[in-house]
Design a protein around this ligand. Structure first.
Ligand code: ADP
Ligand code: MG
Length: 725
């Protein structure tokens, strides 16, 4: 990379890269990574570090991927090509695991440098040639062994070599060189961390941390530098979230206080709230009694009684004439919520609050009636699907927005609903337990309430792993068990990962690329399982139907309604049934190829059975070998019914991106060094500091460097994301 730097230009984080590196190099970095500013380049941290004595292994790099190897040249030879004129230079290098061949066409001159015994870094795309891994035309940089002869030799040898995330166009050492150029001329870097915190946490000054993470003299340097920069990341994000939260809370809302109506409602329930439900409802009441918007996430297992708490909150809002909207992810769930709200309210309240349903499938006249009831304020509760978000839907006085099953909705949708009122209170319900650290980073501007206990009297679910690899003859037993439940008048679910052998239910099953090496296995599918079950003598009297994501939604709904009404005995489904469906008579769930699902997902799925008076059984069928990560996931689900424990296991077993979801993955939240899976303590600590700093000085007038850093780190997209959360 050529570079240019004009004397007298002061280089800061917001200096354009082209001013320091020249246009060509700057363009290369922009097209490879989208970087245009010095601050972006210096935040391109090494992926890891190698030492010169070390050899790195190609064995783990999949064919077709970029590999960066520290290796030694073993032998060099030139041969002619059979079909064409010209020659091939073949260089065999040794990495940690064996020999790798480098090939160069018509570049015999390279043999001059690539002599046996020389070490260097080699980077290229891993290809296969006659079954052997090779790198064709790799980039490389040889270590200058002459330096070893001087007195600094030893120090040089132990200096870590940063290995950067690279692309085919820009190799790791080209990044290192560009960074070297920039770091040589970089002015002082403002420190976002208030001095007292930096001192207490023994942090390096910013500039030194950048220097040492990119150009460490020894291992200790980059470790300390990384700790400092990781703290910066966690702290700055938390400051941004705390600021958002304070800002959101500063809006003016109508205070809603619980009065006799709410008390009457609670007294009319056929059960007493659990103590968890009581304390969550108390938190909600406290929030809503303030003239500022509530932003609260309530998490609790399926069946823990979140809906009742939400309905009580709606009753509270209605006491001052306010309306509530409940947004559900599917038509079936909207219906289910609607029916259960009507039932829960009892005839008197249902008559006065007049709940209405708004979905895409209503007839025109019904829709018109519902729209009118919402707009006039006559309906105090409006339940619906995304149809609620339509511009035609207006409210007279929207006081509370309730969102069920948070992860199914984008932030934009939540925002669209919120816009229909004047800073309404917002309650988000989720049945996916969210570990604290994730809640703090992803939902850092929401208050979180947790319902841990499930109402007593709930039937236990016994979960068993059916490992076909160990016991192939157990398979028929699975269907016998299903048939036994059906014979007793119960109903059952059979969940499979794909729709047909060639059509996966793609958005939901776990992407198991880590198991890519595993021989392609045909997964259990709806298309094959339905005829299989219909053909079994023990199920010959059972009515068996299918549900999956490719069915038109009215067909899907029709099947689920029929199942719900008891007209269907067994439903064979993909994960479309995961969310909230409530069929108390369902007592058995069979999950085929259970290893294809995530831990939390399996837990969610089995929550569909054992909801009524009958004990639930869940059979997790897998062909996975023992001691594989996939099998471990399945075993974990069988071993405990604690959703929170499973959520943290999920966090350990799955990657960050999986856990946070695409929209919320590291880049969006500005995290590159912080790992929500591992850095819980750090996030906690950063939160405490951030709260202290921002509450004392919400506009950060006394911390200009911090304010600038927040603005710089949150690119437009993520700032936007935070604003809407
Ligand atoms: P969630 O929304 O958390 O999945 P629901 O609110 O739908 O749970 O409650 C599931 C079932 O448990 C409902 O039938 C509800 O009436 C019942 N329920 C809720 N709270 C209690 C309680 N404290 N005691 C007994 N039953 C309860
Ligand atoms: Mg629910």
């Amino acid at each position: 990379m050529a570079w240019r730097y004009r004397e007298g230009v002061s280089v800061a984080l917001d200096t354009k890269l082209s001013a320091v590196l020249g246009d060509r190099s700057a363009k290369a970095l922009q097209s490879a990574f989208g970087y245009t500013l010095v601050g972006q380049l210096v935040a391109h941290y090494p992926r890891r570090y190698a030492t010169r004595g070390e050899l790195t292994s190609i064995a783990g790099v999949p064919v077709g991927e970029m590999a960066t190897l520290v290796a030694e040249v073993v032998s060099v030879s030139t041969r002619g090509m059979r079909a064409r004129t010209g020659s091939v230079l073949e260089v065999i290098i040794s990495d940690g695991t064996g020999l790798v061949t480098l090939t160069f066409f018509n570049q015999a001159w390279r043999a001059k440098d690539l002599v046996p015994g020389v070490r260097g870094i080699f980077a290229g795309k891993v290809g296969l040639y006659r079954g052997e891994r090779q790198l064709a035309h790799p980039d490389y940089e040889l270590f200058d062994e002459r330096e070893l002869t001087n007195t600094e030799g030893e120090e040089w040898a132990k200096r870590p070599i940063p290995l950067y995330p690279a692309t085919a166009k820009v190799a790791s050492w080209q990044m290192a060189r560009a960074l070297g150029v920039v770091l040589d001329v970089l002015d002082a870097v403002p420190d976002p961390i208030p001095a007292d915190i930096a001192a207490a946490e023994k942090l390096m000054p910013s500039k030194e941390a950048l220097e040492k993470i990119h150009r460490p003299g020894e291992e200790q340097d980059w470790r300390q530098a990384r700790d400092t920069l990781r703290f910066h990341e966690a702290f700055v994000l938390q400051c941004a979230l705390v600021q958002r939260r304070i800002q959101a809370a500063s809006h003016t809302s109508v205070a809603r206080t619980a009065g006799p109506g709410t008390e009457g409602f609670l007294g009319s329930l056929p059960f007493a709230l659990t103590s968890d439900q009581q304390s969550v409802l108390a938190e909600i009441h406290q929030d809503m009694a303030k003239p500022h918007p509530m932003n609260r996430l309530v998490q609790g297992e399926v069946g823990s009684g979140k809906t009742v708490v939400a309905v009580a909150s709606m009753v509270t809002v209605s006491e001052s004439g306010g309306q509530s909207a409940l947004l559900a992810p599917t038509e079936v769930l909207a219906w289910q919520h609607f029916r259960s709200i009507v039932a829960t309210l009892g005839p008197e309240l249902a008559a006065s609050m007049n709940p209405v349903l708004l979905t895409g499938n209503l007839r025109a006249a019904e829709t018109k009636k519902a729209l009118l009831a919402a707009a006039s304020g006559q309906a105090k509760i409006v339940v619906g699907t995304h149809a609620l978000l339509s511009e035609r839907v207006t409210f007279a006085d929207l006081g509370l927005v309730v969102i069920d099953e948070q992860h199914r909705f984008g932030v934009d949708q939540r925002e669209a609903l919120r816009q229909k009122g004047t800073h309404p209170h917002v309650l988000v319900l989720t049945a996916t337990p969210i570990p604290r650290t994730v809640a703090m980073t992803v939902f850092g501007d929401l208050d979180v309430s947790t319902i841990r206990m499930v109402p007593s009297g709930r039937q236990p679910i016994s979960t068993h792993v059916v490992a076909l690899g160990d016991h192939p003859n157990w398979y028929p037993r699975v269907w016998q068990r299903l048939a036994e439940e059906v014979a007793k008048g119960r109903q059952g679910f059979v969940v499979v990962p794909s729709i047909s052998p060639s059509v996966p239910e793609d958005d939901d099953a776990v992407d198991s690329s880590q198991e890519a090496s595993e021989e392609a296995r045909v997964l259990a599918s709806v298309a094959e399982t339905v005829p299989l079950l219909r053909g079994l003598p023990e199920l010959s009297h059972a009515k068996i139907e299918a549900v999956h994501g490719k069915l038109p939604s009215d067909e899907k709904d029709a099947v689920m309604q029929a199942f719900s009404a008891g007209d269907i005995d067994v439903v064979v489904a993909t994960t479309v049934i995961e969310v909230g469906i409530d069929v108390p008579n369902a007592s058995v769930m069979v999950i085929l190829d259970a290893d294809r699902f995530g831990v939390s997902q399996l837990h969610q799925l089995r929550g569909r059975v054992g909801r009524g008076e009958h004990a639930g059984v869940c059979l997790l069928v897998t062909a996975c070998e023992p001691d594989t990560p996939a099998r471990a996931r399945v075993e974990a689900v069988a071993a405990t019914s604690d959703g929170f424990e499973l959520a943290s296991i999920d966090l350990e077993l799955r990657s960050e991106g999986d856990v946070l979801g695409d929209r919320q993955s590291g880049r969006r939240s500005g995290l590159t060094l912080v790992r929500v899976t591992q850095d819980g303590e750090l996030i906690d600590q950063a939160r405490t500091y951030a709260t202290r700093v921002v509450e004392a000085d919400p506009r950060l007038a006394g911390h200009p460097d911090l304010a600038v850093d927040i603005a710089r780190r949150l690119d437009e997209a993520s700032a936007d994301y935070l604003a809407k959360n």
